[in-house]
Design a protein around this ligand. Sequence first.
Ligand SMILES: Cc1cc2nc3c(=O)[nH]c(=O)nc-3n(C[C@H](O)[C@H](O)[C@H](O)COP(=O)(O)O)c2cc1C
Length: 160
Amino acid sequence: MRTLVVFFSFEGNTKLVGEAIAKTMDADIVELKTSKQYPTEGFGKFFWGGKSVLFGETPELINEKIDVSKYDTVIIGTPIWAGSFAPPIKSFISQYQMKGKRIALFACHGGGGAKKCFSKLKEAFPENKFIGEIAFVEPKKNTEESSNEAVKWASELQRI
Ligand SMILES: Cc1cc2nc3c(=O)[nH]c(=O)nc-3n(C[C@H](O)[C@H](O)[C@H](O)COP(=O)(O)O)c2cc1C
């Protein structure tokens, strides 16, 4: 059985970490993409993204269907939006069956919300075994340090 790293990244931080984790674990990796385009600049960026979280939106994913049956471990990565996980992750959760899989979580943020984000994600998978969680503060501003931390965490996960 294999490991899947699945993530959404709006501005590249979660992607940076996800790629380091997948490379370390020789895992498959899927970046979730949506048909809905969030504004990338100014006030609109936080307003529309935050609103999407608060309204519980599940934006349409345009990825090819993922064969999750190949994986016994799924590592889910998200930027923190409005103290929670980003809406495309909610879409992933509602589309794919994670029964029996081991799950690990990683999140990127600008200063806060990781604890709440992780507990909300755990609520979404009440029957799964969680094998790890880790949060990063703006990895693109500390690329080397964040990559090293991600590699270390991924190596530890491999031993579980
Ligand atoms: C819509 C939106 C909401 C955000 N909400 C939070 C938040 O509640 N707490 C926080 O620390 N950072 C927040 N951020 C900052 C991002 O979590 C942070 O920049 C993260 O590293 C982005 O990851 P990405 O580049 O993979 O998209 C928010 C960013 C956006 C665009």
